[in-house]
Design a protein around this ligand. Structure first.
Ligand SMILES: [Zn+2]
Length: 487
């Protein structure tokens, strides 16, 4: 008996020693760089120009016949007037109507170019919510230290911010060694097939092989990561895929006075319930594993110990992190029933019931594996399962956080915001950058505007805005990035 206790004690001490050793052995992954002096910029003038850009209703509607060419024409004219030096120096091509491709030709054509992406279009304001805005959504107002309006964060702040950076560099006499492309699509919010996809295809025909592509997708998260007080620069190194699956139950219709034991409504509802109860597996892998590797060393001892010892606490960590919808989305392919249709009259049995379920696919899974999972989980031959082919977009490749482009962006961010903790990140939405996946393995998704707990709902929601100083800092990051990468 004594012996068993002794053995257990030794094992326990060994375990604790191993856990503590791993925790203490966790080294910071943050680049050691000296901060640069803040680029002298007139933040009020920057805010004014951004505000002006927000006044154009460059809205992407699901129904493309609603496309308002006049708004896009006006927006593009505004860009020409606002950035005269850039338009005098850079080559501009219009691609498929309203796609904008600028080329700032470098002196060393042996260097692979860099491509900065953003999109000109914005989502509509949800009908009925216009009155809830503090400032009108397309007013382009500056008030209380913010620039207000649809597109301030997503994504005109990037379009105009990138142009500001180049205009500034030209005005101080900068000339790039490496060619820089600026590529602005105009239908990102509805898939980017007319804009970004066409620009990427054009670059492919010219054999352009970028050193890296930078797009939106990650941000400077402030107060969003428990245990890390510093702003966390989330660089998206991958994005999830997308597929919508249709489930259909069919049977004889008839009079609701004599219903069969099981109706199509009941059959389909039971299938959906089984699907919700059998989620795709949860795992800490890929970009999310990288996130924990980079965050761990910056955290207090307790959480650091958990991050460092995922061999022991991985299950616990996944359960805790996955408890919120945001955390859950980082750990698995998510299941979201979105459309349910059956019946036309309250006393008629429907012969068909149909549901659409939207899946966001984790890197490592695929549309095919999702379909297989759905068939297995629903497990009812009376329910037909098929993917909506036109919705399929498989997850992106994963950009290496060890490769030079990621490291370059990480250094850049810490030069401008020295206190920032930089980390890889999985983007759970979709961006235009996926159309560039054939051109380069190095796709980075980051915008330097800070996103706080209060801001997440503003993107695509009410009261979208960006701080005047915060926006100026995001322009400083673009400037520093161009200096580091291309000048
Ligand atoms: Zn966007």
């Amino acid at each position: 008996m004594k012996r068993i206790v002794l053995v257990l004690l030794v094992v326990l001490v060994g375990l604790i020693a191993a856990v503590v050793t791993r925790t203490l052995g966790l080294h910071s992954r943050q680049a050691a760089v000296a901060p640069v002096a803040p680029e002298p910029l007139d933040s009020n003038a920057l805010a004014q120009r951004l505000a002006g850009a927000l006044r154009f209703k460059t809205i992407s509607y699901q129904d493309s016949t609603q496309f308002e060419a006049r708004e896009f024409d006006g927006f593009q004219r505004y860009l020409r007037e606002s950035f005269p030096k850039l338009h005098a120096v850079l080559k501009l091509e219009k691609v498929n109507g309203y796609g904008l491709l600028y080329e700032w030709v470098g002196s060393d054509t042996g260097l692979a170019p860099v491509v900065l992406l953003a999109h000109q279009d914005v989502v509509p304001v949800e009908p009925g919510t216009e009155g809830k805005w503090t400032e009108p959504p397309f007013g382009g107002t500056i008030a209380g230290g913010y620039v207000w309006g649809r597109g301030a964060l997503d994504d005109k702040g990037s379009v105009v911010g990138i142009l500001e950076a180049v205009e500034h560099l030209i005005s101080v006499g900068a000339k790039p060694r490496r060619t820089v492309y600026l590529a602005f699509g105009y239908d990102e919010e509805v898939g980017g097939r007319r804009g970004a996809a066409r620009i990427a295809a054009l670059l492919a025909t010219r054999n352009v092989r970028p050193e890296f592509v930078l797009d939106e997708g990650g941000a400077l998260a402030t107060g969003l990561i428990p245990g890390v007080a510093a702003p966390v620069a989330l660089i998206g190194i991958a994005e999830k895929g997308y597929v919508t699956v249709e489930l259909t139950a069919q049977a004889e219709g008839g009079h609701s006075s004599m219903p069969p034991k099981e109706t199509v409504v009941g059959i389909l509802a039971a299938g959906l319930t089984r699907l919700e109860h059998h989620q795709m597996p949860r795992a800490i892998r890929g970009p999310t594993a990288d996130l924990f590797d980079f965050l761990g060393p910056e955290m207090p001892f307790g959480p650091r110990l958990v991050m460092a010892n995922r061999w022991l606490f991985g299950g616990l960590l996944a359960a805790g992190f996955g408890a919120t919808p945001q955390g859950n989305a980082m750990l698995r392919t998510t299941t979201a029933p979105t459309v349910l249709q059956a019946g036309v009259k309250e006393n008629v049995l429907p012969s068909t019931a149909r549901a659409l379920v939207n899946f966001r696919i984790l890197p490592g899974d695929s549309a095919g594996s999702v379909l297989e999972h759905v068939r297995r989980a629903v497990d009812d031959p009376r329910i037909t399962v098929r993917e909506l082919q036109e919705t399929v977009s498989n997850p992106s490749g994963v950009t290496s956080a060890n490769a030079e482009p990621f490291q370059l962006l990480a250094r850049t961010i810490r030069q401008v915001i020295p206190e920032a903790v930089v980390t890889p990140w999985l983007v759970v939405g979709a961006t235009d950058s996926r159309h560039y996946s054939g051109l380069t393995p190095n796709i980075l998704r980051f915008v330097g505007a800070p996103i706080g707990p209060d801001d997440v709902r503003r993107v695509h929601g009410t009261d979208e805005r960006v701080g005047v100083q915060a926006y100026a800092n995001s322009v400083r990051i673009y400037i520093q990035l161009l200096k580091n990468a291309a000048l």
